[in-house]
Design a protein around this ligand. Structure first.
Ligand code: UDP
Ligand code: MG
Length: 155
């Protein structure tokens, strides 16, 4: 099944929203296959945000992302990249729809609480960047048949 990377950014940790945000993913029916706290570094962020390196806010973005430890998560589900991007909402919290994480808890383009991979290809690269292979765990999720129809699960 598809997997994606989510990062609970420093704003989420500082504002005590980790539980609330993790809970939204859990309640949706997504499986948490890996989760840990870590301190991001300049080197890692240069790689992770390389598509933004020419932007005026690049340094501020990196400083924000290094301002305290983050939570990195590997979430799994059918079409999980799209499902998670929809739960997270538009990049700018002021434009994000109410009901999305950013729409409900952010009023900023930068301090938008969560990172989520933007395609299955990016997700694979990003999961490798933040997790060692052995940190993504196997678990026999007994509830799967109550979450998906059997025909939807191409495991
Ligand atoms: N960002 C920002 N200003 C912008 C666009 C992006 O500060 O105008 C920050 C914001 O924190 C965003 C991150 O850079 O989450 C990565 O940008 P991207 O375009 O990849 O947006 P995302 O995929 O996070 O929605
Ligand atoms: Mg992005």
């Amino acid at each position: 099944m598809e997997q994606t990377l989510v990062i609970l950014k420093p704003g989420t940790v500082q504002r005590g929203l980790m539980g609330e945000i993790i809970s939204r993913f859990e309640k949706k029916g997504l499986l948490i296959k890996g989760m840990k706290m870590m301190q991001l570094t300049d080197e890692l962020l240069n790689e992770h945000y390389s598509h933004l390196k020419e932007r005026s806010f690049f340094k501020d973005l990196k400083n924000s992302m290094m301002s305290c430890p983050v939570v990195v998560m590997c979430l799994e589900g059918v079409d999980v990249v799209n499902v998670v991007r929809n739960i997270v909402g538009a990049t700018n919290g002021r434009a994000a729809q109410p009901g999305t994480i950013r729409g409900d808890y952010s009023v900023s383009a930068m301090e938008n609480l969560v990172h989520a991979s933007d395609s299955p290809e990016t997700a694979e690269i990003e999961l490798t960047r933040f997790f060692k292979k052995e940190e993504i765990l196997e678990c026999n999720h007994k509830l799967l048949l109550n979450i998906y129809a059997a025909y939807e699960m191409v495991v």
